[in-house]
Design a protein around this ligand. Structure first.
Ligand code: ATP
Ligand code: MG
Length: 274
């Protein structure tokens, strides 16, 4: 049994040892065919921190996450994960990094079970029996154990999302990057995902970067929240600082109002049907 001093360093879901890593984003810009998508972004994520990125649709959140995951390289500036360039194979061999994609990114030709077992099998981490235990445990945590034999095409959007989070847990990551982990989920499952992210931080000190539109997730579990708008990091602060903000742009984004008198809709109402 772990002593109290060491219980913080073990993954509560898998028992794996942790070794949290920091992330350094330095003056990062990204352009596609000359069009600027990210502009001069800098921030640090401390080992074991939950860092949330919010922002309107199209503001560059997923693009930034892809640069941090090393799937693409910034046009200017640099990113390091545990001091190393995440796009290098050596870094990816050394640092266990998992990205939960916005659309799940499961292999359609593999069953859910085989999707989850792929990484530990490829890295020869454990016997088939121990891999099975890890895979089924992760599926149980996300309440999708019944889906083990199914194929991704047989799952609902929310189930795919949960399976892709379970796949990330099986990888026993030191750095977890989530792209919209609670979209397409009902409120109860969204709360469970928030608890999982917080538990991984509190008991295992995994470093998490979470892209989300889910204000309640951001304001309850984040250590710090960064807001991206039009490719720029316009603010960075604690959840409390965000709640207290008087910046009208941020207030409008965090607490949007529904305006039934909006002239745009009036125009629709009066349009004649053909
Ligand atoms: N591979 C690409 N090539 C060209 N443009 C891209 C590419 N990927 C993203 N973009 C553009 O970059 C901008 C930011 O996209 P991104 O996917 O990061 O938005 P987002 O903030 O994640 O939005 P959402 O909340 O809708 O997921 C968009 O204008 C998008 O069209
Ligand atoms: Mg996105």
């Amino acid at each position: 049994m772990d002593s109290p001093c060491c219980s913080k360093t073990r993954n509560p879901f898998t028992g794996a040892e942790a070794n949290a890593v920091g992330v350094h984003v330095d003056k990062v810009s990204k352009t596609y065919s000359g069009v600027s998508v990210l502009s001069n972004i800098s921030f640090d994520v401390q080992p074991g921190e939950i860092f949330v990125l919010m922002g309107p649709s199209g503001s560059g959140k997923s693009v930034l996450l892809r640069q941090i995951a090393g799937l693409e390289r910034p046009t200017a500036g640099s990113i390091t994960v545990d001091g190393q360039d995440p796009s290098l194979e050596e870094t990816r061999d050394r640092v266990r990094l998992a990205l939960v994609f916005q659309a799940g990114a499961l292999f359609n030709s593999l069953s859910v079970y085989d999707n989850l077992a792929l990484y530990p099998r490829e890295h020869r981490s454990g016997t088939e029996a121990s891999i099975k235990e890890r895979v089924m445990h992760a599926l149980r945590i996300l309440s999708v154990e019944d889906a083990a034999k199914k194929f991704p095409s047989e799952l609902s959007g929310g189930m795919k999302k949960r399976v892709s989070i379970a796949r990330a847990l099986v990888m026993e990551p030191q750095l977890l990057l989530y792209d919209e982990p609670t979209s397409e989920l009902d409120p109860v499952m969204s709360a469970t995902i928030s608890e999982i992210i917080a538990t991984l931080k509190n008991e295992y000190s995994v470093t998490s970067i979470v892209v989300t539109h889910d204000r309640s997730l951001a304001l309850t579990i984040a250590n710090r929240v960064g807001i991206l708008m039009e490719g720029k990091l316009i603010t960075l602060g604690t959840p409390q600082e965000l709640r207290d903000t008087k910046n009208p742009k941020l207030v409008d984004f965090l607490y949007p109002k529904i305006d039934l008198q909006n002239p745009r809709f009036k125009k629709l109402e009066t349009q004649e049907t053909p």
